[in-house]
Design a protein around this ligand. Structure first.
Ligand code: AR6
Length: 181
């Protein structure tokens, strides 16, 4: 857990569908068509209203994000972020992954939300190496929080699903924090 300005960045081990933050972020695909992994879990827990809203929106480019209500979830909103499929790292994946996080943070602020939970975008079915992805995820959020003026977001959580993923994020965060002094 580190403080950036007057906001907190917090790592937790757990299931994102159980989070009580204002929004949770889904690792979606560009058709917003649902799927496995965290996407499947969020749609199951949130109920059919989320799928209906996704269908109405129709799709979202890679690197972007859209917002729906949270249905039966504890979170009021679901932000569906589309990370890149990892194709070796030379197809603009890093910028697209960073953009998916940034777009989600911007949507949350447009809605004046105070808290948001992210999963580790792109590191499951989309195959992004977790250490590289963690570096991008954490530095994007930290840069965003540092540069925001009077932003609404006070708590940004990363909800890691396995102890291994949690360890990687914790190590990368420690490295970033040390560098920043
Ligand atoms: N809470 C938190 N994290 C979870 C949960 C959960 N309940 N379940 C899985 N994870 P993935 P992607 C972690 O595959 O790589 C879908 O089919 C998981 O351990 O969900 O962005 C979509 O429809 C992993 O670290 O998302 C897309 O087509 C992380 O979430 C595609 O997969 C992301 O894994 C997106 O692939």
């Amino acid at each position: 857990m580190i403080k950036i300005g007057d906001s907190w960045l917090i790592l937790v081990l757990g299931d994102i569908t159980q989070q009580k933050t204002d929004a949770i972020v889904n690792a979606a695909n560009s058709r917003l068509a649902g799927g496995g992994g965290v996407d499947g879990a969020i749609h199951r827990a949130g109920g059919p209203i989320i799928d209906e809203e996704c269908r109405r929106i129709g799709g979202c480019p890679t690197g972007g994000a859209v917002i729906t209500s949270g249905g039966n979830l504890k979170a009021r909103f679901v932000i569906h972020a589309v990370g890149p499929i990892y194709r070796g790292g030379r197809s603009g994946e890093a910028e697209l992954l960073s953009s998916a996080y940034r777009s989600s943070l911007e949507l949350a602020e447009e809605k004046n939300l105070k808290s948001i939970s992210f999963p580790s975008l792109s590191t499951g079915a989309y195959g992004y190496p977790i250490e590289e992805a963690a570096q991008i995820a954490l530095s994007t959020v930290i840069d965003y929080l540092k540069n925001q003026q009077q932003g609404s977001l006070k708590e940004v959580y990363f909800v890691l699903f396995t102890p291994g993923d949690y360890r990687v994020y914790a190590q990368v965060l420690e490295r970033i924090a040390q560098k920043e002094g």
